[in-house]
Design a binder for this molecule. Sequence first.
Ligand code: AMP
Ligand code: ZN
Length: 466
Amino acid sequence: MKIYNTLTRKKEEFVPLEEGKVRMYVCGPTVYNLIHIGNARPMIVFDTVRRYLEHKGYEVNYVSNFTDVDDKIIKKANEEGVDPSVISQRYIKEAQKDMADLNVREATHHPKATEEIGGMIQMIQTLIDKGHAYEVNGTVYFKTRSFKDYGKLSKKNIDDLEAGHRDIKVTGEEGKKDPLDFVLWKPKKEGEPSWPSPWGDGRPGWHIECSEMSKKYLGDQIDIHAGGEDLIFPHHENEIAQSEACNGKEFARYWMHNGFLNIDNVKMSKSLGNFFTVREIGEKYDLQVLRFFMLSAHYRSPLNFSGELMAAAKNSLERILTAVDRLRNLKGQERPLNEEENTQLQALDLLCQKFDKAMDDDFNTADAIAAIFEMVKLANIQAQPESAQDFVNKVLDTIVKYCDILGIITDKKEEMLDEDVEALIQERQAARKAKNFARADEIRQMLLEKGIILEDTREGVKWKRA
Ligand code: AMP
Ligand code: ZN
């Protein structure tokens, strides 16, 4: 299996540190808002990488963090007049809901930065002790020039960086000895969350958070570190400097980066305001369509989002789901397989190999999907009422299994149980009482999508199936 490694700018054979095991870290979102569909790209892409590694027989320890202390979270908390933890907890919950709807599996560990401050302080202390960091008036800086490999991931030359930085002065960072140095610990500001440390009350810088959480949950050395391509510099470059300077070992063997999701060929980002949240898209489409759309392109290519492309993805996905549905309802013959059916199963096996070959080539999901379409074609032609039931079952199981590697759910949506409906109605009542009308409306809409109609009557809420 080959993986494109940003570190070497080459596709390399994947060899894990420990046989049969993969340690993988994916930088997660900063939680100050609903996630947008650009944030969903790394989630979907690297969840698929994980699923494929498991299909290959690896045991994957998959860690993805939530950045829950950050200027943007504090700003939002001040706007709403609440504690920053209210904001971060709210949006962690919302992100988890979106991830579940995208069929992104839960990570082995989902650490939160605010719960790992002790480890970060220890790591910063080690960097100071080893001469890679220094403190000035409560701020601790990483001494960038002390790490000789700085720039190896982003291929930036340290002297060029120095020239670019010469006249940039950031307020509050006057104590920096070199413009290239970056913050590991910043002192407390009034009204901001802070933790005690040997350098006074304060909070960690963003980069040290990931270095520490990766070390704690995966060890000093990991196999794969991943995120969007915007993280290559400075975030991942700085993570390498901190982790390798602290641990004295190569940090991650393979660095994987997804391309950006664009709108009208412009990067989708919160700061530009040209984004759709996953929630908004979920109102228009089944989120499986979004997942399928993302996987139709190679993860390293830029991907343009449009209604037309989503409509095309919806149609393609529908073809697979319809074929699976037909196979599920097909009553075949109770007899052993005949020669032709055995030949067809061999052809099916070749398509499975085609799928694996595509995925082995740096996770070429577009070609893997093409292999699934060939399986669907085989099924539509070959699986008929006169076929052996065992043949039908084998074809069905194969398609379902390969869709699952991509995280595509082939089950028909299950009808809601009465007790689930009742529970949601109760929650809606409670939301209305608390004047949380947005949530109340959301629940009504959710039930409507499942075919449940609510009526507010004098005797209370009544419901019926449409
Ligand atoms: P953030 O919350 O901005 O730290 O981003 C969380 C993750 O989403 C990071 O891996 C980013 O690289 C990724 N990301 C943000 N915007 C996009 C986009 N438009 N397309 C693809 N990935 C993105
Ligand atoms: Zn990170």
